[in-house]
Design a protein. Structure first.
Length: 448
């Protein structure tokens, strides 16, 4: 699935104020990125080193990143990757890559040698080959055997199809939009409980369970994400991702790891974010772009993560997913949500490396459920107060200029007042659509 990296420091490899964080108790990812950071202080080199720790030896991350894991519906392993430069918000990404095991390196080629942001499919492989990347097979005997068992023993269950014929819950297809187009249908039985257990066993084989320290890695899922966030303490940030996607995904699917604002996002002097979990749900909300926007407004990393998770929960209360956030000062936040069955999203573990220790440590956050913070005006945040005061000042100024009247006053209102009012209105309707903006403003000033 997904490897996400956010690193910083564009100068030399000094570490004072630097912090590196990654999702899951896979401390080797943070250690590899940290070591490269110390060697030459290069942001991009550090990203590549962290991602490559998983890509080159997929067992390091339970086969959730890199070759040899997560076959698609046709039995092929494909990779997604992304790098985002926080200095410029420039992005290089690849999706559905089929020819190179070093997906993060190919994303780097897109970033540094093209004007594009994302290249996908067979042409992404051709692009990599043309720029000197060697051809490498991504599928292995392990993934091919697992895919064949999924087809023959489980009748392709589960899969990601819906509302097609024949019934995707009992049949492998091929699928059609209408039963009138079907020439032959092979009847199959409904998946039994023993078949469900077989599927769990199969996924456990394809997504290796391993242990580092006293905390187990994710044991079983069709998808998961490893994310790294880091800062140098001086405001420099960047983000990256590497993924082999959802197990048995429909061939051609591109995951959230290639999508800036979803899988990862970074903006200098604002913050960085990465997410893991149900990528197809998460990408519908651009949660990392939203979380970074909250941090840019002055909210803490924890609040920013909770706001973003809370937004998704309104539509998908049982989704599995977690966010890791970090501001430029190295303060870390996290929030998680589960379907009630996933232990590793009920209590979400992540690894931290900073200058205060010689190795990474594992920390955790518990699912916040209905206690996730939603509306930031209740938090007494300084920037929230400033924004409220700006709104009040804009209204008063507008009324004042209208009373004075005259052409000059009208021009001043159009050139000065309107942009301020429009900016606040966009925040209200786009970021906090359910907030009673006026009532919350009055409530705040009545208690402060």
């Amino acid at each position: 699935m997904l490897l996400l990296l956010v690193l910083s420091d564009f100068a030399s490899g000094g570490s004072e104020g630097a912090v590196v964080v990654n999702t899951w108790p896979w401390t080797g990812v943070a250690d590899a990125a940290w070591a490269q950071y110390h060697e030459n202080g290069s942001l991009i080199d550090s990203l590549v080193a962290g991602a490559s720790w998983c890509e080159s030896e997929p067992a390091n991350c339970g086969f959730s990143v890199g070759y040899g894991g997560s076959p698609d519906s046709q039995g092929h392993t494909t990779l997604d990757a992304m790098i985002m430069d926080g200095r410029t918000c420039n992005v290089g990404a690849v999706g559905d890559l089929q020819t190179s095991r070093a997906a993060i390196e190919v994303a780097r080629l897109v970033l540094e040698h093209t004007e594009h942001s994302l290249i996908v499919g067979a042409r992404a492989g051709q692009f990599a080959l043309e720029l000197g990347m060697p051809f490498q097979e991504l599928s292995t005997n392990r993934t091919q055997d697992g895919w064949r068992r999924w087809k023959t023993e489980l009748d392709c269950q589960p899969n990601f199809w819906k509302d097609v014929y024949p019934n995707p819950r009992t049949d492998c297809g091929p699928y059609h939009l209408s039963n009138e187009t079907i020439t032959t249908v092979t009847p199959t039985a409904v998946v039994s409980s023993s078949a469900t257990r077989l599927h769990r066993s199969l996924i456990e084989e394809l997504t290796l369970s391993a242990t580092q320290g006293e905390v187990s890695q994710p044991e079983f899922s069709t998808h998961d994400t490893v994310v790294i966030l880091a800062t140098d303490g001086d405001g420099n940030l960047a983000a990256g991702a590497s993924s082999n996607g959802a197990t048995f995904k429909i061939a051609g699917r591109v995951g959230d790891g290639s999508i800036p604002g979803s899988g990862a996002y970074a903006e200098n002097f604002a913050g960085a974010c990465g997410e893991t979990g149900d990528g197809d749900i998460l990408m519908r909300f651009s949660p990392c772009a939203l979380a970074v926007t909250f941090m840019k407004m002055g909210f803490s990393p924890t609040h920013a993560a909770e706001f973003a998770v809370s937004r998704i929960r309104k539509f998908y209360p049982k989704f599995n997913g977690a966010l890791i956030t970090m501001n430029p000062e190295g303060e870390i936040g996290a929030a998680t949500n589960s379907d009630g069955k996933s232990d590793w999203f009920r209590t979400f573990h992540y690894s931290v490396r900073d200058s205060g220790s010689n190795s990474s440590r594992i920390e955790s956050v518990v699912e916040c459920l209905d206690q996730c913070r939603d509306f930031p005006y209740n938090q007494g945040n300084v920037d929230g107060v400033v924004m409220t005061l700006s709104l009040t000042l804009s209204i008063v100024s507008g009324v004042f200029f209208l009373v004075l009247g005259g052409l000059l006053t009208t021009l001043v209102v159009k050139s000065c007042a309107s942009p301020v009012q429009d900016s606040v209105y966009d925040i209200e309707t786009d970021i906090f659509p359910d907030t009673a903006f006026g009532e919350e403003t009055e409530a705040y000033f009545s208690t402060h």
